[in-house]
Design a protein around this ligand. Sequence first.
Ligand code: ADP
Ligand code: ASP
Ligand code: MG
Length: 590
Amino acid sequence: MSIIVQKFGGTSVADSEKILSAARKAVAAQKQGHQIVMVVSAMGKNTDMLVELARQINSSPPAREMDMLLSTGEQVSVALMAMAIDSLGSQAVSLTGAQIGIKTDSTHTKARILSISTDRLHGLLDAGKIVIAAGFQGIDEDFNITTLGRGGSDLTAVALAAVLSAEACEIYTDVDGVYTTDPRLLPEARKVLQISYDEMLELASLGAGVLHSRSVEFAKRYNVPIHVRHSFSDQTGTRVAADPETSSQAVGGAALTKNEALVTVKGVPDRPGTSLAIFSKIAQEHITVDMIIQNVGADGKANISFTVLGDDLATTRGAIERALAELGSGHIESSTGVAKISVVGLGMAEQTGVADRMFRTLASAGINILMITTSEIKISVLVDREQAQEALRTIHAAYELDKAPTTTVLSETERRRDSDALTVFTDLAGMEGLRVDRVLLDANQARITISQIPDKPGVAALVFEKVAAEGIFVDMIVQSYSGGGRADLSFTATRENLADSVRVAKQLATEMGCGEVTSGTEVAKLSVAGIGMRSHTGVAIRIFQALSTAGINIEMVNTSEVRVNIVVAGTCGEEGLQCLQDAFADVLVR
Ligand code: ADP
Ligand code: ASP
Ligand code: MG
C-alpha cells in the first residue's frame, strides 16, 4: 500500500480547530487507501516562546538542555493530533523522535540524522494506524534528545518519506506553495508550479524560509518529491523535484537574508594557511559562512571578508580572535546593518548578461553594492539593510519574476544537470553525510582585478555591461569593500578572453579613476561538487587544510550549496587537483 507523509508546520497546528482540520486531511487521505504518516511542528510560536523563556533564565543556555526544552513543543502537538484523529473515528499513535528511532549525532541544536529505523513504523501502519511523528527531533547514541535546527520538521518529514519510500511528501504550510520570492515581502511574487532541487536548495539557504535547506538536500539525495501546499485549501501547490519549471528565464527566484553580518579580518599574513586558521575555527562552531572574499593587501598582508548570520556574529568573532592569536597579526571589523539579496536560476550558467542586469537595476535605484559574489547558479549582493526591501523589489521586477514563464522546454545542458540530480545515493548509513560527486580542475581561466574602484552605485553595472558587450562570458565575480570609499572588483573569464577583458578593464579603470588593473593572471579553478557542501562546515576546513599543506595560496573562493570553487595560481592547478582528490577520497562517489 502506498505511504504518504504529511507535514504540518506551526501555524497549521496553532489551535485546536487547526489541529482538527489537519487531522481531517490525514483521515481523508487514509480513506482513499493510503497509509499515512503525519509529521507535526510545535503549535504556533511555541518554539520561539520556549527559546525566549530559556534566555530569560540563562543568556547562553547549555545546548543539551535547549534540546530537552524545545523538543517538548512537538510532543504537545503529536499528542493533541492523535487525540484529534481519535475523535474522528480513526486510529492514531503519536511518537517522539526517540520512539521512532531517529538516531542523530550529538551536535545539540543542529544535529544531523544518522539513521532511522522503520520496523516500528511499518508495523503500526500495517495495523491501520495513522502514525504521528514529532518533527525536528531525534536521539543520540547516549539517549540524549537532540533537535535538527530551527525549521527542522521539514527534514523529519522528508527523511521519513525517504526511508519509507513514500509516494509523496506533502508539506502543509501557511502559503500555497513556493513563490519567486517571499510573498510576505513582495505581494507581486508569483507561485511557481515546479522548482528544481538545486534552485530550491540555494533559495532555502539564502533566505526562502518556506523549506528547511537540509530537507531539500535530503530530498535531492534520496530523490524524494516534495509537494508544498496550503494547509487550508486543496489547491495544487509547488512540486520540488529534479526538473525546473522552465528554461525560459535565467533566474527562477530571489531571496533576501535581512539579518546578515559582514565580517572583515584585516592585516592577516598573506600566505597559505591563513584561511585555514580562520575558517577552521569558525567551522568548529558549526557556523556557515557565505560571500567569502580574500584580497591581497599591502606589505604581505591580506584582508578576508565574509558574511555570517547576525545571530552567529558573537561566536564568529570569538572564533576569529582565537585564530588571530595563532596567526600573530590582524584585527576584526564587523557590521550588522547589511542584508544579502540573491537571485538563483539554473539557466544562469548558459546566458550572458544575467549579472549585469542585477547590477544595472540596483544602480538605477541608487542602491550601492557593498559586496558581490557569484557561483554557477546564483548571484548574491550585499547592500545596506535599509535599502534591502527596495533592492528586492526592483530585482524581482527586472528579471520579470512576476510573469509566468513562456516555455517549458528544457535545454540539453539542463537535462544533463537534472539527470545528475537524480543519482540516488543508496548508502543509508549516516544519512546526511557529506557526499562529493566530483573534484574538477578548469585550467583555462584568467583573473582580472580592478583595484580601488569608487564605492558608489553603478560601477559594477558599467564594468559588466562593457564586458558583456564584448561577448565575454564572465564566470566568477567578486567585489569587496576595501575601505576609504573604495572597493576591489575581480572576475574570471576564459584565457582566450583575457586580452579583451584586460583592455576593457583598463579603459574603465582610466575613465573611472580606479587603481591598477592586475592583468594577465592565468589562474586555475578547482571545484568540489556534491551534496552538503555548505551545510557541512568541515568541507571548507578540508579544502583549506589540503591547499595549505601543499603551500598553495587561495586567490578567490565562492561557495554554493552544491559546489565550492577555489581560484589558485595557474601553475598550481594540477597539484591542487591532486590534493583535493586526496582530501575527499573517503567521501568521493565514483
Ligand atoms: P511552517 O511553520 O509551516 O514550517 P514557515 O514559516 O517555516 O512555515 O514557512 C512558511 C513561510 O515562508 C511563509 O509564510 C512565507 O512568508 C515564507 N517564505 C519565504 N520565502 C518564501 C518563498 N520563496 N515562497 C513561499 N514562502 C516563502
Ligand atoms: N518547531 C521547530 C521550530 O519552530 C521546528 C519546526 O517548526 O520545523 O523551529
Ligand atoms: Mg518551516
